[in-house]
Every structure is written in structure tokens, then in C-alpha cells.
Ligand binder design. Structure first.
Ligand SMILES: N[C@@H](CCC(=O)N[C@@H](CS)C(=O)NCC(=O)O)C(=O)O
Length: 222
């Protein structure tokens, strides 16, 4: 059977986010995976040692040279950015996870942007900081990053205090999926969940509930 989608990326990368979304929508079988090798060292390189493939990928698949990228083979659409991919899939499949009107649509965009610009980078840096060998420097860097994360984490906690169970109210949507997947980067950081639980209890309760969803893979194994 020919597939509807081609999803470019590698296990362990942000491909995990659209795959989670596809499982929620029951369409994961409709996607073929196109592997994107990645080497992470002092610099990050996709298709290491395969210049022709990297050039092809940048010119024809994802001009940012990043993953994931979704190709909708039916519509001839090529789309980058995990959060945008997820919003598109939920809308296209008229899922309960999709926004139901313009206001919900705006909130889904808001939380996708919150994830990408306000929260994700410092959470990823928090994860990388744990690899520092010097304990004192590691501790200082961790504290600095938690301080920077106070603003977006407060925003999440305050918003949940108003919206209720989920970011758009009483149903789980792509706004929750995109926002929560950003928080998952930090799960391997010692004390991460306790810090969130103590300082941002509503965010912690929300996160715990979402992580218990059957289609959420806590190990981000794609
Ligand atoms: N905002 C983008 C970020 C994508 C991204 O940075 N992906 C990483 C892998 S998880 C990547 O492709 N890195 C390659 C590089 O930095 O050259 C998204 O969520 O899709």
C-alpha cells in the first residue's frame, strides 16, 4: 500500500513529536520514515560525509537542514517544524485534537510559538548542562537556566490555572501535545520533575497526565 506521508528524521530527534501526534491520530501506519543521519559533537552535522545527500536534503526537503520534515505525498506539501507539522496533521484529519475555531487556532499557534521561542532552547541547554564534568560549573549553569525558565514556566502554570485541565479547556489538543513535548527534553535532568512539581504544580499535574497517555512514549524512542 502506498503511504500518504514521508517523515524525514532520525529516532531520538524531534521526529518523536510528529510520530506521537500521528499515533494520537491513528495514522502512523500511513507514514514512511526517511532516515536522516546526524552526528552530534562540537558541531551538529546531518548526513555526515555524504555531501550530495545533505545538499539534496537542504535544496529539496528542508532548507534549514534540520529534522523533522513532513512530506504530504497526497497534497504535494513539504513542511518543516515539528509544531507546525502537528497542527497541520490534526487539522487535516479533522481530529478532536485540532482547533475548532479561529480563537482555538490562535491559541494552538501561541503555544507552538511559546514552545519554540520561550521554553525549548533553555530546556535543551539544561539537558546538555548535565554533561559538564566540573560539578560547581554544572550547578551554576543549571541554576542559571532554571532562572531563565521561570518566565515560560510561570506562563504555563498561570495559564493552566485559568484554562483548567488542558491549555484550551477540558479536552487534550495539539496545543498540549506541542507544549508538553518541549518539556519532555528535560526528563533526564536530575531533580527536573521535583523542581517543576514544587514551583509550578499545575504544570506538573498537566504534564504527568499527558505523559500517561497511551500514545506518549516517555522514552522518546520515536
Ligand atoms: N524548531 C525545529 C527544530 C528542529 C531541530 O533543530 N532539529 C534538530 C534535531 S532534533 C536538527 O535537525 N539538528 C540539525 C542541526 O542542528 O544541524 C522543530 O521543532 O522542528
Amino acid at each position: 500500500m502506498s503511504k500518504l506521508y514521508r517523515l524525514h528524521g532520525r529516532a531520538g530527534s524531534r521526529i518523536w513529536k510528529p510520530l506521537w501526534c500521528m499515533r494520537e491520530l491513528g495514522i502512523v501506519e500511513q507514514a514512511e520514515i526517511s532516515d536522516v543521519p546526524i552526528k552530534i559533537g562540537r558541531t551538529v552535522e546531518i548526513f555526515p560525509g555524504e555531501d550530495d545527500k545533505r545538499e539534496y536534503y537542504v535544496n529539496n526537503v528542508n532548507p534549514n537542514g534540520r529534522m523533522p520534515t513532513l512530506e504530504d505525498l497526497e497534497k504535494g506539501l513539504t513542511l518543516f517544524d515539528s509544531a507546525a507539522i502537528n497542527i497541520y496533521l490534526c487539522k487535516k484529519h479533522a481530529s478532536e485534537l485540532a482547533p475548532k475555531d479561529a480563537a482555538e487556532d490562535a491559541l494552538c499557534t501561541q503555544w507552538a510559538v511559546w514552545g519554540a521561542f520561550e521554553a525549548e532552547q533553555d530546556i535543551v541547554l539544561l539537558m546538555f548542562a548535565q554533561m559538564m564534568k566540573d560539578e560547581a560549573r554544572k550547578k551554576a549553569r543549571t541554576t542559571e537556566l532554571w532562572d531563565k525558565l521561570e518566565r515560560p514556566m510561570n506562563a504555563l502554570n498561570i495559564s493552566l490555572g485559568k484554562s483548567g485541565e488542558y491549555l484550551l479547556g477540558d479536552r487534550f489538543t495539539v496545543a498540549d501535545l506541542n507544549a508538553e513535548s518541549v518539556l519532555d527534553w528535560g526528563l533526564r535532568v536530575p531533580g527536573y520533575e521535583d523542581h517543576i512539581k514544587f514551583n509550578y504544580p499545575l504544570a506538573h499535574a498537566w504534564m504527568t497526565k499527558i505523559r500517561a497517555r497511551p500514545h506518549h512514549d516517555a522514552n522518546q524512542n520515536a
